[in-house]
Every structure is written in C-alpha cells, then in structure tokens.
Ligand binder design. Structure first.
Ligand code: NAP
Length: 295
C-alpha cells in the first residue's frame, strides 16, 4: 500500500512510518521540511494528491511546548497546524481522480469533558465545552469529505507513551533524579497508550478494509489509571522514588491555566470500538508498557 502521512516526521509519525515499512508499505511524508520521500504542503496544494492508497494526518504544533507562552498567537498556531493541514489533505482527496481507500486522522481524548468519575466511549457526547474539545471538533469536522469513497477513520488518542518523544521524554530526567511525582492531586484520570499500540491501531485500520468511524486510542486499563498511579509506576520502572508532587499552581505557572487543564484534569476513556474491531493491544497494562519504554 502507498501511504501519504502528513506530519509523519514527528514522534508518532516516526513509529508509524517504521511499522508501515516493516509491513511492506511505501510511505511518503507531507512536511514543512524538504528531504527524501517527502513532499511539501505547498506542493500538495499546487499539484494535488500524489498516487496513494491511504492518507494519514498527524501534523500539529506541540501543545505542551513549555517554551511557548499560552497566548492568542500560539492558540491560533495550535488550531491552524491541525485544522488547515487536515483541510488541505481532505481537499486533495476530494479532488483526486483516483481517491485513496482510507483517510485516517489522529485527534485527542480532549474531545471528552474531564471528570474524575464519568467514563467515555466513542459514542459519548463531547466536543463543545472548552478550547481542547472545540479544537478536536473542528479538526474532525475538517476531515469530513461528503460522498467520498475513502473510508474515514478518526483515532482519539490519549497521552502517547514512548521512549523517543512525547510526555515521557520530558519526565525521565526529573524521575531519574528522584524528583518525580504526581501532578496536582494525582487523583485525575490519566488516559494513556503505548506508542506501538497507537501506530498499531492506525496500521490495523489501514489494513482492515471495513473499519471506519471513531476509535478511542487508549489502553484498556487506561480508565483505571490515575496520574498518581502513573507516577508511581514510572518511578517503579526506573527504580526511583516518585513521591514529590508537583503543585497545581506550579503547573499553571509554567503552562498557563487553560493549558494546565490537560495535565491537572483528565478523562476516563474506554477503547470500546477499538476492542470490538478486533485490535489486540500489545501493551494493555501500564507496568509492562513502562518497563518496555525505560528498559
Ligand atoms: N503525543 C501525544 O501524546 C499525543 C496525544 C494525543 C494526540 N496527539 C496528536 O497526534 C499527532 C501526532 O503527535 P506527535 O506527538 O507525533 O506530534 P509532534 O511530534 O509534536 O509533531 C508532529 C509533526 O507535526 C508537524 N508540525 C508541527 N508543528 C507544525 C505546524 N505549526 N504546522 C504544520 N505542521 C506542523 C511536524 O512535521 P514537519 O516538521 O515534518 O512539518 C511534526 O513532526 C498530533 O496531531 C497530536 O496532536 C498526540
């Protein structure tokens, strides 16, 4: 299969590209940077979709970049890097003489309202109560191509755990130094997925010709994981104590109050349709997932 991947040079994209190539697929990236097996967003808009069987979009400015202040300009960049790239790919698919068979988007569990108790499946309502939920709504709406023969798949991802990027790469040093611990109360749900499962779900959706719609990209044990449990398990995997909580005010001071919600609150998300689809998780349990990552 020839797969075109927007934002495929990032943390999730590198893992997905590796898996797709191992499985014999050809991968081309749409990127802001030039290079081998890449086309630019301008080229895509100008020349249309190159011949391909499937399209995936992973492009997006890093929301938790601690070096970027949470201001209007950054919020606009967060939105446009997701919504505009998705619109560009959707338009290229809609205009293609030979449309791809599958069109896959990774969004986030920020679609669901943070709550210490509510449990969410793919059918639960959401998408219209704060910045992140509205972001996911407009991102997913940008992917819709009425009447297209391309199967549309959306994977709503939790926090992606892996060695080469994302949340864990920023936490490893403090935890190694014994300075790790829960964020805020630590009681908030911590929706997570191992990077090999997120790329596994995308690959499974590409290869299963009948799948379409929304799939939650979280591990099956994710609804039972709190931020405190995660800190404890990461400490245990590293053989370090994880007893020092990071106070909520410090998280808000670094990230800004609106963005800090992502860290200080969370959602219990159940991968109901993902399990029903027949996908088998490689890392359903947190301790095995973390041992694999820090080994
Ligand atoms: N990592 C997580 O925990 C997590 C959780 C939930 C959802 N997601 C979503 O999954 C997708 C992939 O995540 P990731 O962690 O792999 O992301 P990432 O590594 O931060 O970035 C992915 C790619 O997006 C492109 N990009 C970055 N800023 C951009 C901008 N301003 N305009 C256009 N393109 C831009 C870059 O590709 P080029 O430099 O090649 O252009 C980058 O390599 C993102 O949309 C993210 O929101 C991630």
């Amino acid at each position: 299969m020839r797969v075109l991947v927007g934002g495929g040079t990032g943390f999730v994209g590198r893992a997905l590209t590796q898996l797709l190539r191992i499985r014999g697929h050809e991968v081309t990236h749409v990127s802001r940077q030039g290079g081998k097996d890449r086309i630019s967003w301008e080229e895509l808009s100008r020349s249309g979709l190159p011949p391909c069987d499937a399209v995936v979009n992973l492009a997006g400015e890093n929301v938790l970049n601690p070096f970027r202040r949470w201001d209007d300009a950054f919020c606009r960049e967060i939105i446009s890097s997701r919504v505009e790239t998705t619109k560009t790919l959707a338009k290229a698919i809609a205009d293609a003489d030979q449309p791809p068979r599958a069109w896959i988007l990774i969004t986030g569990v920020g679609y669901y309202r943070p709550s210490p108790t509510a449990e969410y499946t793919e059918d639960s309502p959401g998408g219209d109560f704060d910045f992140f939920s509205r972001l996911v709504s407009s991102w997913e709406a940008a992917a819709l191509i009425p009447g297209s023969p391309a199967r549309g798949v959306v994977v709503r991802s939790g926090v992606v755990l892996g060695r080469d990027g994302g949340a864990i790469s920023r936490m490893l040093w403090p935890f190694w130094l014994g300075l790790g611990g829960p964020l805020g109360s630590g009681l908030q749900p911590f929706p997570w997925i191992h990077i090999r499962d997120l790329s596994g779900i995308v690959c499974y959706a590409l290869e299963s010709e009948c799948l379409q719609g929304v799939f939650n990209g979280v591990s099956p044990s994710s609804p039972a994981t709190s931020n405190g449990t995660f800190a404890q398990e990461l400490g245990a995997a590293l053989g370090r104590p994880a007893l020092l909580p990071v106070p909520a005010w410090a998280v808000r001071a670094v990230f800004g109050a609106e963005r800090a919600i992502m860290l200080l609150e969370g959602q219990r998300v159940v991968p109901k349709r993902t399990l029903e689809s027949g996908y088998h998780f490689i890392f359903p349990d947190l301790s095995a997932a973390l041992k694999d990552i820090v080994a």
